[in-house]
Write a protein that binds this ligand. Sequence first.
Ligand SMILES: [Zn+2]
Ligand SMILES: [Zn+2]
Length: 243
Amino acid sequence: MKLTVLGNNGPFPAAGGACSGYLLQSAMANILIDCGNGTLANLQKIVSIDKLDAVVLTHLHSDHVSDIHIMKYAIEIKRRRGIFDKLLKVYAPAEPAEEFNRLVAKDAFILEAVSDDTKLDIGDTKLSFARMKHPFMDFAVCAENRGKKFVFSGDTSWTDDIVEFGRGADLLMLDAGLLEKDFTEGAVHMTGAQCGKAAAQAGAKRLLLTHFWPDYDIKDLLAEASAYFSGAEAAVIMKEYEI
Ligand SMILES: [Zn+2]
Ligand SMILES: [Zn+2]
């Protein structure tokens, strides 16, 4: 599999940046994970919209979904003009219902709710899900293909469940939305240090940090993570990561 980072910020983009979005490609599947603001433009540098096999939304906060509403326009109008006729499969948590219902678009999407039990086969790639800890219902996603395993936390505060779900991942990508200096009880993201600890406890082979607060120096997040997991990396927009 190959992961291309389309956006690495949250909850708003840095100048010229983009929020959460990642293209996961294999021999037989193009899967977009999250569709935050700015990611649709970056996606189309690599594949056109009609080449997508599925979109998976970890949760329904705007920095993870805002471009899906623009994607809807593209598909509806291209279908109406006969440019292509397919509907795009979109998998998302069912809550909050108000946000989920905004994704209903029968002329653009085939929408399905995901849960802890959901197992999907998208082309040659198997997807599974695990509930994380965040104000909106959020699922980490695991993609497995040819004996390789990729796990992304979505947004989450510390939970032992990401350690369990990420066990042995070839690439573990985690929400590093906080530096330790900004951690408070009730924080809704992990710190760089917590990401390092989670990756070490999970026995992950590689750790990729993402969801960067735009004002942070990413070197500080890497330093925190590297204290627990050597070789921690930071997600870079348009960079490819082989899994
Ligand atoms: Zn977010
Ligand atoms: Zn969120």
